[in-house]
Write a protein that binds this ligand. Sequence first.
Ligand code: PEP
Length: 247
Amino acid sequence: MRKPIIVGNWKMNKTCAETVAFIEAIEPVLHDGATFGVGAPFTALKDATATAKNLVIAAENCHYKDNGAYTGEVSVPMLQELGVTHVIIGHSERRQMFNENDEELNLKVKRLIEAEMTPIFCIGETEAQYDAGETENVIRTQLAAGLKDLCPKCVAKMVIAYEPIWAIGTGKSATKEIAQNCCHIVRDQIRVMYGDEAADSVRVQYGGSVKPENIKEYMACEDIDGALIGGASLKVDSFTKIIEAVK
Ligand code: PEP
C-alpha cells in the first residue's frame, strides 16, 4: 500500500513570520490519511522545521556538491542540519528559468539518496510538446536521464511529481484521465528501469492547478498517490480544504 503524499510548493513566497503562522494553523488539521508537507524558501526552513510537528518540510532545490565556490547555492548537508527531509528537484520553473538539465538533476537525486533524504523529482511536458503528441516520450526521456543509475530500493522510496507545464499556475488542470494516463506511464517507466518492487512502491504525484474542488478526483485514480500544489497551498483555507478532502 502506498501512503498518499500531498506537498505544497510555496516557491518564492512567505517570510519566516508567515511560515510560522501558516504551519501553526495547519498542524491541527493534519491526519494520518496522507503525508502532508510544504516546500518553503531556504530562508524560512529553520523556522519551518522548528514549528512543524507532523508537517513534512521540504526545500525547493539543492546543490549536488557539499561545499565550495558555488555562490548562492545550498547543499544537502546544510539542509539536513535544519531538519529538512524532502527536497523538490527539477521543478519546471528551475528547468526553464535556471537551465537545470536532467544530468545535473540526476546528481542532485543521487546526493539526496546518499543522505537518506527524499527527492520529489518533477517531470512534465510543455504545451507545445503536448500538442505535438510528445508527452509519453518526454516523460520516459526525463525519467531515464534524471533517475539514471540508482538502486531499485532507493527509487521505491522516492516521490515523482508529474506536472504538465501547461497546467502549472494556469488554472488549466489536466483531466483526471490525462493525469492518470501520464502517472501510469511514469510508473511503467520505473518498472522498465527498476522492476516491479520499485514501480509498485514509488509514489507518483500529479501537479498542475490542483485545488479543493478537484483533489478528490485525482486521488481516486489508480496511479496517482498525491499532489504537488502551488497556488492552492499558499492559503491556510484552501490547503486545509485539500487536507480534509483526502481523509
Ligand atoms: C507547482 O508549482 O508545482 C504547481 C503545480 O503549481 P499550481 O498548483 O499553482 O499549478
